[in-house]
Design a protein around this ligand. Structure first.
Ligand code: ZN
Length: 324
């Protein structure tokens, strides 16, 4: 789907306002600081492209001349999102509103290769006209700009050009980001987050940061390797090759003690970055949420509003989000 003509700043602003519930052309003009004529032209383009639809006349505030109300056309564009976990591949297809329209999960055998992942992805992803692309979430470290990954805990994956390989194999645009960045994006799609960390405890342990409302990737897209901060000198060996990382100490503990380990590490994080919101997510947390919630520092702590589709949804939003 070629939407390059619809990616101007004003087009994205208008589309974002339609998404956030701005009902009519007049209210969009007011919110965006654009002239009604400019908004009419942009809306006409968005309707033409099938991204926005008219839903009928409404009287805003119950008075005055009825105005044609607008909403996103859910089926106007789609994006795929994938999560390459250490033992399985999850793939979702999102509509333009970010809702999951289909979801698949396939196991990945131990020591799986990049080619195994591409072979598993191929039947789950189709390069149709309305599909904008595929986002892939995977463990770090990785190079976000180049789409090259060297994930901890996946033996043999060293400097794999995953984005280029996937684009060639699947025939659609691909974006690759850390699983934790995808996850925090997914949460921010549903609710306002400003200075927040999404702490993800699954087969690995990491964090995605929103600072000042923007995803923080750092100078070499290495931000968020929270699981590999040392909390116990000479502690257990970690998948990253060092000892005593949060991830390794947490994995070597269980129950209340594991939750306490995470609580101490999150407390350090909150102090370091002056965060006011922590979102807990991932399989391990979902197994015993109360235990983890009780161990957290005294800031706004909540559980992720997504189930196991958190990372793949966020990965799909990396693609879909370019429209807004
Ligand atoms: Zn480590």
């Amino acid at each position: 789907m070629d939407l390059t003509s619809l990616r101007s700043h004003n087009d994205r602003t208008v589309l974002g306002l339609v998404r956030s519930g701005a009902l009519s052309r007049a209210s969009i003009a007011e919110e965006a600081g654009l002239t009604p004529q400019a908004v009419s032209k942009i809306v006409a383009r968005l309707v033409e492209a099938g991204l926005v639809e008219e839903t009928g006349a409404v009287r805003e505030g119950g008075r005055g001349k009825p105005r044609m109300s607008l909403r996103l056309a859910a089926g106007g564009a789609h994006a795929y999102g994938a999560y390459v976990d250490r033992d399985e591949l999850r793939v979702v297809r999102l509509d333009l509103t970010g809702e999951v329209v289909s979801s698949d999960v396939v196991p990945l055998a131990p020591m799986f290769t990049p080619d195994d992942v591409l072979a598993a992805l191929a039947p789950l992803v189709s390069a149709e006209e309305k599909v904008l692309g595929l986002g892939i979430g995977i463990a770090g470290p990785l190079d976000f700009a180049g789409g090259v990954v060297s994930p901890n805990g996946l033996p043999g994956w060293d400097s794999v050009p995953l984005r280029a390989l996937a684009e060639e194999r699947l025939g659609l645009p691909v974006v690759v980001d850390k699983d934790t960045n995808a996850a925090v994006l997914a949460e921010a799609w549903r609710r306002p987050l400003e200075d927040a960390a999404l702490v993800f405890v699954g087969t690995g342990l990491g964090a995605g940061f929103l600072l000042g409302g923007e995803v923080h990737r750092g100078a070499r897209s290495g931000a968020g390797e929270f699981g590999h901060t040392t909390i116990q000198l000479d502690g257990p060996l970690c998948v990253c090759g060092r000892r005593g990382c949060v991830e390794a100490v947490h994995a070597a503990s269980s129950g209340v003690e594991a939750a306490r380990v995470l609580g101490a590490a999150v407390r350090n994080l909150v102090q370091l970055l002056d965060l006011d919101q922590i979102v807990l997510s991932g399989r391990k947390v979902l197994e015993s949420p109360e235990l983890y919630l009780r161990a957290m520092p005294d800031v706004d702590v909540s559980l992720s509003s997504y189930g196991p589709d958190l990372v793949p949804v966020g990965a799909g939003l990396l693609v879909l989000g370019e429209l807004f």
